[in-house]
Design a protein around this ligand. Structure first.
Ligand SMILES: *Cc1c(COP(=O)(O)O)cnc(C)c1O
Length: 236
C-alpha cells in the first residue's frame, strides 16, 4: 500500500528534525544539509507529495522511470538528481536534465558525460562514486584511485566535479557505518583542495534511510532517503 500524502509529510518532517538534531550535535549548520528524496518505484503523486512536504531534491535511479515521471511533471519545484547506476548509452537522456549526477563510477562514463555535455553546450555537475567498503558487488572508484581520477577529470571540459558519493556496506546498526562515513569525509577533505578549473568539491553524498543521522554527524551535505519517506518499495 502506498502511503498517503499526509503520511509522507509526517515522514519528511520527522527526517528533517532528525537531520537538524544530528547536525547540531556535530556542531554543523543544519541548512548545509540537503534532503534528496530517493523516488524510485514511487509514482508521480507520491513524488509531488514529498515535494509539497519540503524535500529539497528528487533523486532517481532508472532513466526510463525518470523520463516517464518527468513527462508527468512529477518533479516541478525542485532540482532533479540522478543517483543510480548510469549506463553509457543512457547518458544523453540524463545530461542537462539532471542538475547533478551522483553516481559516476568509471572514466569511460565520465568521458561520455563530458562529450555529451559539450555537444549540448552545457557543463554537467557530477559526483564521483567511491566504493568505500571495497565490495566486489558495488561499483565506484577505489579510494586510492581518486587523485588520479581527479587529475584525468580535469581534462574533460564538459563536466564539473562537485564532490563524492558512497553507498557503504549494509550494516546492522548505523554505528557500524561510522568508519566508512569517516573514511569518506577524510577522502573528501584531502581531495577538495585540488586546484583544477573544473573541480569544486563541495558535496558529500552519503546516508540513506537506515543511517542518515550518522552520515550527517560525519559530514554529509546530501542525504538520499527513500523508504523513510515513502515506505517500503514495491518492485513490479
Ligand atoms: C534507493 C536508494 C537510496 C535510498 O534508499 P533507502 O534505504 O530506501 O533510503 C539511496 N541511494 C541510492 C543510490 C539508492 O538507490
Amino acid at each position: 500500500m502506498a502511503l498517503t500524502g499526509e503520511e509522507i509529510a509526517r515522514n519528511v518532517a520527522y527526517i528533517r528534525s532528525e537531520i537538524r538534531a544530528a547536525a547540531l550535535e556535530a556542531g554543523r549548520d543544519p541548512s548545509g544539509i540537503r534532503l534528496v528524496a530517493a523516488t524510485k518505484t514511487n509514482d508521480a503523486d507520491a513524488v509531488r507529495a514529498a515535494i509539497a512536504a519540503g524535500v529539497d531534491i528528487c533523486g532517481e535511479n532508472r532513466v526510463q522511470e525518470m523520463l516517464e515521471k518527468n513527462a508527468q511533471g512529477a518533479y516541478t519545484g525542485v532540482p532533479l538528481h540522478f543517483i543510480g547506476h548510469l549506463q553509457r548509452n543512457k547518458v544523453r537522456q540524463v545530461v542537462g536534465l539532471c542538475q547533478l549526477i551522483h553516481s559516476v563510477d568509471s572514466l569511460p562514463l565520465l568521458e561520455e558525460i563530458s562529450r555529451t555535455a559539450e555537444r549540448k553546450a552545457l557543463v554537467q555537475d557530477l559526483l564521483l562514486e567511491i566504493n568505500i567498503g571495497n565490495e566486489a558487488s558495488k561499483s565506484g572508484f577505489a579510494p586510492e584511485e581518486l587523485p588520479g581520477v581527479l587529475r584525468q577529470a580535469a581534462e574533460f571540459p564538459g563536466i564539473r566535479v562537485r564532490g563524492l558519493m558512497a553507498i557503504p556496506p549494509v550494516c546492522s546498526t548505523e554505528e557500524e557505518n561510522r568508519p566508512f562515513f569517516l573514511k569518506m569525509r577524510k577522502l573528501f577533505i584531502d581531495n577538495c583542495e585540488k586546484k583544477y578549473d573544473n573541480i569544486a568539491m563541495d558535496c558529500l553524498s552519503m546516508g540513506m534511510s537506515a543511517d542518515y543521522p550518522e552520515a550527517v554527524r560525519c559530514g554529509a551535505t546530501l542525504v538520499r532517503v527513500g523508504s523513510g519517506i515513502f515506505g517500503p518499495r514495491h518492485y513490479t
